[in-house]
Design a protein around this ligand. Structure first.
Ligand code: ZN
Ligand code: ZN
Ligand code: ZN
Length: 463
């Protein structure tokens, strides 16, 4: 979810002034995308991390209760293209009723079946349309990731609050009858005054209260267990995890299992790594995102040498080029988007593709080609072969049944070519993107000359 713009403006400025001193790409062994999928799935779902995640929404998707059906119509082709999981927006009734994107949760158990907040269906559809979508995704071997918003609530009734000596909107009586809340469940309360963060003016849930823990993940019909066992969600994307402590995510995950990723909006890779270790969860690689903004929009590929979460722990990094929030920011990747996708889909980490990039804005054939390259060639650890202001070449060394690759990103306005060292002696290689028609044979010492098109990329591997 998006916090106030002024706050992120400050954060962004801060990130831009953090200089990245880490010049080498790490040569750590990368077990192939294993830690990302920690649940032993009994269904024939693809292993999360073996493919690519689809963020199956954007900000203000068409209202009117049709979105679940739109997504349902695409899961088959997405699965064929190499997607292994879809991330849905928050599925329960928010304060904004039929208009909200769901980041203002009111009734965690109203998936579009109770008439409250002025509507029965959510912006995205009815409960039966949602369960039909989840079933269709599973039938296409896709996992379904729920967007979990548990930092804050919105839409409670006003009550006299003994902790603030004023009236607060902290009296929650959802029609589902489940997880009623009062001033004792929000900050400040009889336990303490606050946790690690509040979001705007929303009522800030206190996860320290045993009643709250019971309803969020402990009891048999807790939000976590209901979403997993009744709604059949397979994994979790935690919204705004800066707003509470990492143990909340860890306890939730220990209660129900499943792929788990946190939205810790911070461009400092060390901070992301630290949160990931404490939460024992994956984390979106905002460090990679901001380095790519500098590299592809700032036209300086040297910035790709900066610190990123995937370089610290590729098994815990979920990489992305854009999302529902970043697209509404000034700091984003615009012109260099295909190059950025070529970067995340050839490097370590679990890549996410943004719905609009795939369905509306970019060349779908080129995206599918990069997804195929990710799923079939991009194995092993990473060795940087060349970096300057407008060229970047890296080698995936192979592993996990994949041959590895050499990716050549060219941000200049003309064709470029370079001699580089592969892992292969006397082997014919080719560009799997089809951008170059060369099919050179590597020398006995594994050196070979490759090329990349202007404002483009090539990806080389054994023919
Ligand atoms: Zn967000
Ligand atoms: Zn608290
Ligand atoms: Zn909080």
């Amino acid at each position: 979810m998006k916090i106030k713009t002024f706050f992120y403006g400050l954060l962004t400025i801060t990130f831009l002034f953090i200089s990245c001193s880490k010049d080498e790409v790490l040569d750590v062994a990368e077990p192939e995308a294993v830690d990302l999928q920690e649940e032993a799935s009994s269904k024939a779902l693809k292993q999360i991390g073996s493919g690519v995640m689809m963020q199956a929404f954007y900000w203000d998707v068409p209202a009117g209760g049709t979105w679940w059906n739109v997504v349902k119509g695409k899961v088959g082709s997405w699965s064929n293209a190499g997607i292994d999981a879809i991330w849905l927006p928050p599925v329960s009734k928010g304060h904004g009723g039929a208009t909200t994107m769901g980041y203002d949760p009111f009734d965690f158990y109203d998936f579009g079946e109770y008439n409250q907040m002025g509507t029965t269906e959510t912006r995205f559809g009815s409960r039966s349309e949602l369960t039909s979508l989840i079933t269709a995704a599973h039938n296409n071997s896709l996992s379904v990731i729920a967007d979990i918003v548990i930092n804050h609530n919105s839409g409670g009734d006003s009550e006299a609050n003994i902790f603030t000596n004023s009236n607060t909107y902290t009296d929650y009586n959802p029609q589902s009858g489940l997880f009623e809340r009062t001033q004792y469940d929000f900050h400040p309360n009889d336990y303490h005054n606050n946790d690690s963060g509040v979001f705007g003016g929303f009522a800030d849930i206190c996860h320290h209260k045993s009643y709250v823990q019971d309803w969020l993940w402990k009891r048999s019909n807790s939000v976590a267990k209901y979403y997993k066992n009744t709604m059949k969600f397979d994994g979790w994307r935690f919204d705004y995890v800066k707003g509470f402590e990492p143990w909340v995510v860890k306890d939730w995950k220990n209660a129900v299992g499943g792929f788990t990723v946190g939205e810790y909006w911070d461009g400092n890779a060390g901070t992301l790594d630290s949160w990931s270790q404490q939460a024992e969860a994956n984390v979106f690689d905002f460090a990679c995102f901001y380095r790519m903004v500098d590299a592809f929009e700032g036209n300086d590929l040297n910035k790709l040498s900066g610190d990123m979460m995937w370089k610290r722990n590729g098994m815990r990094a979920v990489t992305f080029v854009s999302n529902h929030d970043t697209e509404r920011e000034n700091t984003k990747i615009l012109n260099g988007k295909m190059l950025a996708y070529a970067y995340i889909l050839t490097h370590e980490g679990y890549p996410t593709i943004f719905y609009r990039d795939y369905e509306d804005w970019l060349d779908k054939n080129k995206m599918n080609n990069l997804i195929w390259i990710h799923n079939n060639l991009a194995g092993g650890n990473t060795t940087n072969l060349w970096t300057d202001n407008d060229e970047y070449i890296a080698r995936r060394n192979g592993g996990g049944g994949k041959n590895g690759l050499v990716v050549y990103i060219n941000n200049s306005n003309s064709w470029q070519e370079r001699w580089i060292q592969t892992n292969w002696s006397n082997n014919k290689i080719k560009d799997y993107t089809g951008h170059s028609g060369w099919e050179p044979t590597t020398q006995g010492d594994k050196w070979v000359k490759i090329q990349a098109p202007p404002k483009g990329y090539s990806v080389w591997s054994l023919k």
